[in-house]
Design a protein around this ligand. Structure first.
Ligand code: IMO
Ligand code: MG
Length: 439
């Protein structure tokens, strides 16, 4: 296998960072290809915890080339802050970080736009975004006339581009800010600030599309690191409660420029239960004491915004849809340890709408809000499992729970994670373990 992809199959926060970290030593290149600093990836390695957002998790391994492609929306201030933080922790960042000059840049007007527009939406209709300017930046990308890409910041027109866009944004934002304060943006200050960022980032800026095409054509081992999860995909997720990029497997070719035919293995990461941050339908949500128990046991609070995550039962209907959509070959089930001691467990195996079984995942949010999940109940297990180191040593009920998940999602389980540490990783069999061995 030369090209591997790690995709979240729920609404984000599936512990993708840990799996990417496990795989990096078997790869030459690690690629972030969509999203931006809405992502929060936690990697525990060598006894240290690293929080990553825009920088690919491969940065923690010397000799691994990290690439941020043009499909990403880039906030230079947060990227530089993250690079600084990593460097202070002893991580080397030099030529091992490449950033596409095609990446669209997040400016202060994007954050302002998100704040001003969100204030005009009734709270029960709010998407509950991370407020990082992700949506407004992708909107400008698609709209084209007010977009600035990283490569534009090194060209003579940059100053005038900023001045023209700031004039436009000040006009529209002032008119829309009827219920919040809005201080007009200062084009000269923004130009000066961003010119400094451009200078600091320059050593990393290049054509990542050509680089990655060369890499896959020459048989290098490339790892694609998905951010968010398939159910937050702009086209195929629970629209409009989604993020603004293709966060399912379909986003890899578009975001990176690498044709889909090169993708050899797609790993879908699923929590042993479900979580979601922000608004939107969540059929298996446990808005009760049990949900709180899972939140506490799983420390389900957002890495980026600190918000408590909504928790619920494993939704096999949604997971199966997400796995098919992302071309998933094998599953990783994370945070299984969280379910120890909680009692009987439920898996949603079917949705009913108005008493009728649905044979596809609903495309409209109002239908998804109304579906009645049909559950199967499986016995839980009483022992804590975070010290278990071999798959076969898991309690029988835990193994039965995993088998049932695998059956209904329709994919084999290759890895089970019982904690954030590397050692807390159980491989289903020797063949699975072999594919994670450093080359
Ligand atoms: P990682 O990579 C969980 C959610 C937000 C909100 C919606 C839209 O850590 O799994 P946005 O700011 O992207 O426009 O917000 O998407 N969201 C995430 N939820 N994990 C993430 O990333 C997320 N990135 C965005 O909470 O509901
Ligand atoms: Mg996260």
């Amino acid at each position: 296998m030369t090209v591997t992809c790690v995709i979240g199959l729920q609404w984000g926060d599936e512990a993708k960072g840990k799996i990417v970290d496990l795989l990096t030593e078997a790869h030459d290149v690690v690629v972030r290809y969509q999203g931006g600093s809405n992502a929060g990836h936690t990697v525990v390695t060598g006894g240290k915890t690293y929080k990553l957002s825009l920088v690919p998790s491969g940065i923690l391994r010397p000799g691994v080339q990290c690439v941020v492609t043009g499909g990403v929306v880039l906030n230079p201030a947060s990227l530089l802050e993250e690079m600084g933080r990593l460097r202070s922790a002893g991580v080397e960042i030099g030529k091992n970080l490449m950033i596409s000059r095609r990446a669209h840049v997040i400016f202060p007007w994007h954050m302002e736009e998100e704040r001003v527009l969100d204030a005009r939406v009734a709270s029960d209709k709010s998407i509950g975004t991370t407020m990082r300017g992700i949506g407004p930046c992708y909107r400008d990308k698609v709209g084209r006339s007010n977009a600035i890409r990283l490569g534009d910041m090194y060209r003579p027109e940059f100053h005038d581009q900023v001045a023209r866009i700031v004039e436009h944004k000040n006009l529209t934002l002032k008119a829309l800010a009827t219920n919040v304060d809005f201080k007009p943006l200062d084009a000269e200050a923004i130009f000066a600030e961003y010119s400094q960022y451009a200078a600091q980032l320059q050593p990393h800026v290049c054509d990542t599309t050509e680089y990655l095409l060369d890499a896959v054509e020459s048989g290098q081992h490339v790892l694609f690191e998905g951010a968010q999860g398939a159910l937050l995909d702009i086209d195929h997720g629970t629209f409009p409660y989604v993020t603004s990029s293709n966060s399912s497997g379909v986003g890899i070719p578009a975001g990176s420029g690498v044709p889909g035919k090169y993708l050899d293995k797609v790993i879908g990461v699923l929590k042993a239960y479900s979580t979601r941050v922000g608004g939107g339908p969540f059929p298996t949500e446990l808005d009760n004491e049990l949900g709180q128990t899972i939140r506490d046991r799983g420390n389900e609070y957002g890495t980026v915004t600190g918000r408590p995550r909504r928790c619920g039962w494993f939704d096999a209907v949604a997971a199966r849809y997400a796995a098919r959509l992302s071309g998933v070959d094998v599953l990783v089930i994370s945070l299984l340890d969280v379910l120890s001691t909680v009692g009987d467990l439920k898996i949603c195996v079917e949705y009913k709408l108005d008493g009728k079984r649905l044979d596809c995942f609903p495309s409209h949010v109002d239908d998804l809000k109304r579906v009645a999940p049909v559950y199967e109940t499986l016995p839980g297990w009483d022992a804590e499992i975070s010290d278990v180191r071999r798959y076969e040593d898991l309690p029988e009920n835990a193994r039965a729970y995993l088998s049932r998940i695998s059956e209904v999602v329709g994919r084999p389980v290759e890895i089970v994670s019982v904690g954030a540490d590397r050692e807390q990783t159980l491989f289903a069999d020797d063949a699975a373990a072999a594919s994670y061995v450093p080359r």
